[in-house]
Write a protein that binds this ligand. Structure first.
Ligand SMILES: Nc1ncnc2c1ncn2[C@@H]1O[C@H](COP(=O)(O)OP(=O)(O)OP(=O)(O)O)[C@@H](O)[C@H]1O
Length: 290
């Protein structure tokens, strides 16, 4: 990428930015683009990167989350399944600070009390969230989308001044490769397939070097081939990042899962390998008996 191309890209970014901000879809919820302030400073010496205990939240008297306890190890890829209305999205809303619980404890590592942080602060701490629908900037190229995710200050003047440094350029090249878009770097995001847009948005999160990624129904609407490639992508992220994946697609879960947590009525109904939870009578009952 030459300086001229970068300059032209910066100018286009400044022009498109305001319009693009309003053109994205995430059920009315914007993905955070803040960068972790000090990546890697999460205390996992106790072997847990995320820890929820006895968390409850009610909406108009209805308990959407009911004494939920759950923890995740560093580098783990945890799958969460459960019938509609089980509380999966609400759980992610609580972890990311979008919803405040009525009771309970939510810790990131052993020292960071997430309930004391706002939604943007939680993104900066290193928790990235991917909503179901892709939220890429359609008029910008793949490169520009990834570059944009590095910027903490989104003002027009700051956009014009922004220059990517060599470490960031290396990371961008690595992320492009990871998300299978190295050959599409100059393509406008709007021309990508649905699956490619999802990968690009995951790449935008990866640019921020999150410790924990929360992914809500990442393969919904993907082709079979895209679903398989997404499974490969997630398996390649495991270990370097911790992942929590909410999905209904059991063939996808089978490809990626170690431990599966089954949520029902706002709390953990069962946990184990996919074979174990699928053989559990209580799980069969909630999936088939309703
Ligand atoms: N803001 C809200 N106000 C009122 N009720 C809510 C609110 N958010 C969630 N609920 C209710 O809480 C319950 C859990 O919803 P949630 O979206 O977390 O479930 P889910 O497991 O993600 O479901 P799905 O698989 O359908 O996405 C549902 O009964 C839902 O209607």
């Amino acid at each position: 990428m030459t300086p001229d191309l970068l300059e032209a890209g910066a100018q286009r970014l400044a022009t498109h930015e305001a319009a693009a901000r309003h053109a994205t879809e995430s059920g009315g919820r914007q993905a955070g683009f803040a960068r972790p302030a000090v990546p890697g400073e999460v205390d996992v010496t106790h072997g847990r990167i995320l820890y929820l205990e006895d968390v409850s939240v009610s909406f108009d008297g209805f308990k959407a989350i009911d004494r939920l306890s759950l923890d995740i190890a560093p580098g783990e890829l945890r799958c969460v399944i459960g019938p509609n209305g089980a509380g999966k999205t609400t759980m992610m809303d609580i972890i990311t600070g979008k919803t405040r619980p009525d009771a309970g404890t939510v810790y990131f590592g052993s020292t960071i009390d997430l309930l004391r942080h706002t939604e943007p602060q939680i993104a900066e701490l290193g928790i990235g969230r991917k909503f179901q629908k892709p939220t890429v900037y359609e008029q910008l190229t793949v490169y520009e989308n990834l570059e944009l995710s590095l910027r903490t200050d989104k003002g027009v003047a700051a956009s014009m001044r922004f220059r990517i440094d060599s470490a960031q350029a290396d990371r961008l090249a690595e992320v492009l490769h990871t998300i299978h878009l190295a050959d599409a770097v100059t393509r406008q995001a709007g021309t990508l397939s649905h699956g490619q847009k999802q990968w690009l948005e995951i790449g935008m999160l990866l640019m921020q070097q999150p410790r924990l990624l929360l992914l809500d129904e990442p393969v919904a609407g993907m082709t079979d081939e895209e679903t398989v490639r997404t499974a490969e992508l997630f398996l390649s992220l495991k270990g370097r990042h911790s992942l929590m994946v909410v999905e209904h697609d059991m063939s996808f879960i089978r490809r990626i899962s170690d431990i599966v947590t089954v949520l029902c009525d706002g709390s953990v109904l069962a946990q184990g390998t996919l074979d174990e939870v699928q053989a559990d009578e209580r799980v069969i009952e909630v999936y088939l008996g309703r």
